[in-house]
Write a protein that binds this ligand. Structure first.
Ligand SMILES: Cc1ncc(COP(=O)(O)O)c(C=O)c1O
Ligand SMILES: N[C@@H](CCOP(=O)(O)O)C(=O)O
Length: 421
């Protein structure tokens, strides 16, 4: 490989990296292909692509035997979901006060931008195998975007019900753009679920919310992936946010599978973090009760967690009991500050996901989690899912943090830019 000037044809070694030739022209990169064996390369490229082209390249369907072994491949509707990054972040280590590098599992890298894809690929595939052509959900926006994406991919119709306030417009737009029929209603996610519980049979639609156990089966793959990436050695703690409590349920089921199969020796402890304004499960655990008292008017800025009556609470309790788990709640300000750190670490997430990092910081400060223990935080959604939250935090008048005035105007002169560096 060498650099060749487009103006004067001067050749320079690529090791002497530069942007411009001495004559002022730009460089092209020119490869030496004479030595390459084209047939060999074609085979290598073919092998690499064929791995990518089967459903088993998906980070969900790779584990089909543990998720839905009976499903015929023809029904699999996949966008190669999963295979999301697992990052060790020194910045988040320092923010949380841990002595160990904190791992972040970026479910935000899924095709529709949230962990819902891990479950939705399985639900939609299952619905199709039963002959359904119309799919539905109620949603604060991520479940609906994911459903809309898979339904359209399978050339099926989707009908989604979204609350008419306190959810992110970006998610509704994403859902619309993927082609769903979007119906907004005056109420919360909880009202939507209550409606389904009463009318699912008459509707004749395939329900893709997490009351559908096939969603949970797909979401188990998140912890399988974490374990596989870490060569089946899980950290001491898995920290996860909780709203409807489907994901913590899936985590618990996935961990049990891995333990039963002997892939892992012991279960990590689970820390479930809820937003203070929508924390009925945490309150139940903290008060030592065994019955959940729903919150009639949940509110948190982390809109994905705006759930007062989580349908999966009994299953979630099972996960906590089996893993000697803990719960905690964090304020919206703690969530948004933690989110700013996750964003700044280069990974990024939406507010609901950052509850994990805020929770880890709090649990370390309270010495519930030891500074020397290892932890992975599950980041459930993408930072662009809620650009209003970014706007409010970084540019809004109400911002009280160090990010205020973070965007400074500068002239494009060397002095001006150097004075910022
Ligand atoms: C981005 C995001 N994080 C976390 C959650 C909470 O997960 P769960 O409802 O499974 O508890 C949701 C929605 O449910 C979500 O959309
Ligand atoms: N945040 C969720 C709410 C929970 O939905 P479910 O899929 O677990 O039923 C959303 O994106 O709608």
């Amino acid at each position: 490989m060498k650099l060749v000037c487009v103006d004067c044809n001067k050749e320079v070694s690529a090791d002497l990296f530069d942007y411009q030739c001495t004559c002022g022209g730009l460089f092209d990169i020119v490869h030496d292909t004479a030595q390459l064996d084209a047939e060999f390369l074609k085979r290598v490229f073919h092998d690499r692509l064929s791995e990518r082209m089967t459903p088993y390249a998906s980070g969900v369907w790779r584990y089909k035997e543990l998720i839905f072994p009976e499903l015929a491949d023809e029904y699999i509707t996949t966008k190669y979901e999963g295979n999301t990054g697992l990052y060790a972040s020194e910045q988040i280590q320092s923010y949380t006060g841990s002595n160990r590098k904190v791992l972040l599992k970026a479910q935000s890298e899924n095709p529709s931008g949230s962990f819902k894809d891990n479950g939705m690929t399985v639900a939609v595939s299952h619905g199709r195998s039963l002959g359904y052509q119309r799919f539905t959900c109620t949603s604060t926006g991520n479940t609906s975007s994911s459903l809309a994406m898979y339904a359209s991919l399978a050339n099926q119709e989707s009908y989604v019900f979204v609350p008419n306030k306190n959810i992110s417009l970006n998610k509704v737009l994403q859902t619309l753009a993927y082609g769903a029929n979007v119906i907004s209603f005056d109420g919360t996610y909880d009202d939507g679920i209550r409606f389904y519980e009463q009318h699912s049979k008459e509707l004749g639609l395939y329900i893709c919310n997490s009351i559908n156990p096939f969603r949970i089966e797909g979401q188990k793959s998140i912890v399988y992936e974490i374990a596989q990436y870490l060569n089946w050695n899980l950290p001491d703690w898995v920290v996860i946010p909780g709203g409807a409590l489907s994901n913590v349920t899936a985590l618990g089921k996935g961990l049990q599978d891995l333990k039963k199969l002997g892939f892992i020796d012991k279960l990590p402890r689970v820390a479930l973090v809820q937003a203070e304004g929508a924390s009925p499960f945490h309150r139940m655990v903290a008060e030592g009760r065994t019955e959940l008292v729903p919150e009639p008017t949940p509110y948190t800025r982390a809109s994905a967690l705006n759930i007062g009556n989580p349908p999966s609470w009994k299953k979630a309790l099972r996960t906590l009991e089996e893993t000697n788990g803990v719960t905690c709640s964090v304020t919206d300000q703690e969530i948004l500050d933690a989110k700013a750190w996750v964003d700044k670490s280069g990974i990024g997430c939406e507010p609901a996901s950052a509850a994990t990092v805020a929770g880890l910081r709090k649990l370390i400060a309270q010495q519930v989690i030891d500074k020397d223990e290892t932890a992975v935080c599950i980041l459930t959604g993408n930072m662009l899912k809620d650009t209003d939250a970014l706007h409010e935090y970084h540019l809004g008048e109400s911002s009280t943090t160090s990010y205020k005035n973070a965007i400074r105007p500068a002239e494009l002169t060397l002095d001006s830019i150097q004075s910022i560096l």
